[in-house]
Design a protein around this ligand. Structure first.
Ligand code: ADP
Length: 373
């Protein structure tokens, strides 16, 4: 970087050079005055004096007096010029610094007051020193706060919306019972219990979500046999597959290396993906769980022949509360949080998770990777 580039970027250099320039300017003015003005003035007086050439004492006194006058004149001139220049330079630099600081201060006060959309105007060509960078970082901080605030509001809205539905149902059943419209039979109570179950699941999911989002779930990382984990998870869910009439199979090479993972958390991810595959695959369909190792990772893929996902929904599947078909998954008890939790858990392991689908009615594939132990 050039010296000028350095000076432009560093406030310390700017201040140092300003004071240095003030001293140098003063020195230069004095020197110029001494070099240019003094000899001229002195010569003028000498010329006048040679005309008089009277007695030596008067001449000496006059010479001395004139020299003093010429020096005072020159120094005064130099002082005035140096002061003006120094004043202009100091004013320019201090105004630039104080204006930026004042803008930062006002913006910080507004942000503290909750106006997260507040930004500082930054001139990309001029504001390249530390103060300019401070303004840029301040704007980035304000933008981050703004995003967090928007997400917080969204979250409250979403939670309220999710809680309202089962609560409205429970209230409806209760009113029906009180008014005698609904019979006080086990069937009615069972419906109320189902809604309460859904509320319970939602609250549990929300709690889990807040913990994973805050990174507050400590991972107990150990070498985990993915093959054992997949097989046991599939066996655990097999009765539900049989009930629905969906077949499930696994495809795991015997040489599959162990993954470095928290077994319980990994099972949670698998249960979510295989559970979703079951939920979104109609009777007669098929679900396959494959695993393989590549590029330092163990990869797991859960594919199904179910309802599939339209391309426009794919990028949002891992956003919290995102559901492709609200009515369908609500009926199935989904709150759209499961994949968000799965994404956080996989990322905490240092892996990736992704979703693919050839389109509606053409099945889906969810794949994730975990580092090899
Ligand atoms: P939910 O609890 O609603 O299933 P998830 O976060 O697990 O929440 O899934 C989000 C959404 O992704 C679901 O509502 C559903 O629309 C879609 N989805 C997830 N898995 C599948 C799948 N195997 N086939 C089709 N759609 C799926």
């Amino acid at each position: 970087m050039s010296i000028w580039g350095n000076v432009r970027r560093h406030l310390g250099w700017k201040l140092f050079l300003t004071y240095f320039a003030i001293i140098a300017i003063a020195g230069m003015v004095f020197a110029t005055a001494a070099e240019l003005h003094m000899p001229v003035a002195f010569e003028r007086h000498l010329a006048a004096m040679t005309k008089q050439m009277g007695d030596a004492a008067t001449l000496e006194q006059d010479l001395f007096q004139n020299f003093r006058q010429a020096t005072i004149e020159s120094v005064t001139l130099g002082m005035v010029a140096a002061t003006m220049l120094a004043l202009a330079l100091s004013l320019y630099v201090s105004r630039r610094i104080s204006t930026t600081i004042r803008r930062l201060m006002l913006a910080a006060r507004r942000i503290a007051g909750g106006y997260y959309e507040e930004r500082i105007r930054v001139d990309e060509r001029r504001d390249v020193d530390e103060l300019g960078q401070l303004a840029v970082h301040f704007n980035q901080m304000a933008a981050a706060l703004d995003r967090i605030e928007t997400r917080r509001q969204e979250l409250i809205g979403n939670v309220a919306h999710e809680l309202r539905t089962p609560l409205t149902s429970i209230k409806g059943y209760m009113e029906g019972l009180i008014d005698g419209v609904l019979p006080a039979e086990p069937h009615t109570f069972e419906k109320i219990r189902l809604e309460a179950d859904r509320l319970q699941r939602l609250v549990d999911d929300l709690q889990e979500l807040s913990r994973v989002e805050a990174g507050a779930i400590p991972l107990n990382l150990k070498p985990v046999s993915m093959s054992v984990l997949i097989t046991s998870t599939v066996e655990h869910l097999r009765p539900q597959f049989m009930d629905k009439g969906v077949s499930i199979q696994t495809n795991i090479p015997p040489s599959l290396p162990k993954a470095r993972a928290d077994e319980d958390r990994l099972r949670q991810v698998l249960l979510n993906l295989v559970g979703n595959a079951l939920q979104y695959t109609p009777t007669g369909g098929q679900v396959t769980v494959r695993a393989w190792a590549a590029a330092g990772f163990v990869h797991v893929e859960v594919s199904d022949t179910g309802i599939g996902i339209a391309p426009e929904h794919l990028p949002h599947l891992f956003d919290r509360f995102y559901r492709v078909d609200h009515s369908r998954s609500r009926a199935g008890g989904g709150s759209g949080i499961g994949l968000t939790i799965a994404k956080h858990l996989v990322k905490a392991h240092g892996g990736e998770i992704s979703a693919q689908s050839a389109g509606l009615g053409r099945g889906s594939r969810f794949a994730f990777s975990i580092p090899i132990a």
